[in-house]
Design a protein around this ligand. Structure first.
Ligand code: SF4
Length: 84
């Protein structure tokens, strides 16, 4: 029997993290990437060969709709990530 997958296979190259500060990154990592990654909307698209927009969040929301009080995105982080 194959060992159970513990972490999302896309975690090392997921562009989503460039948009967040460290605390928000940790939350997403814990909840999704190293947690319930099977429900991540980004991962679902990638697994069927579809591109996942950089601003698509694991729960299906978009960064611009995201409540800043929950953890960003900060404009300077977007600029660093090369986003418009
Ligand atoms: S955000 Fe989704 S696709 Fe990206 S590493 Fe986490 S679980 Fe994988």
């Amino acid at each position: 029997m194959a060992p159970e997958q513990q972490v999302c296979e896309f975690v090392d190259a997921c562009p989503m993290f460039a948009y967040f500060r460290q605390n928000a990154r940790r939350v997403y990592l814990m909840l999704y990437c190293r947690g319930d990654f099977h429900v991540c909307r980004r991962r679902s698209l990638l697994l069927i060969g579809e591109p996942a927009p950089d601003g698509l969040l694991p729960y299906g929301g978009r960064l611009r709709e995201h409540d800043r009080s929950l953890g960003v995105p900060l404009d300077e982080d977007r600029n660093l990530a090369g986003a418009a």
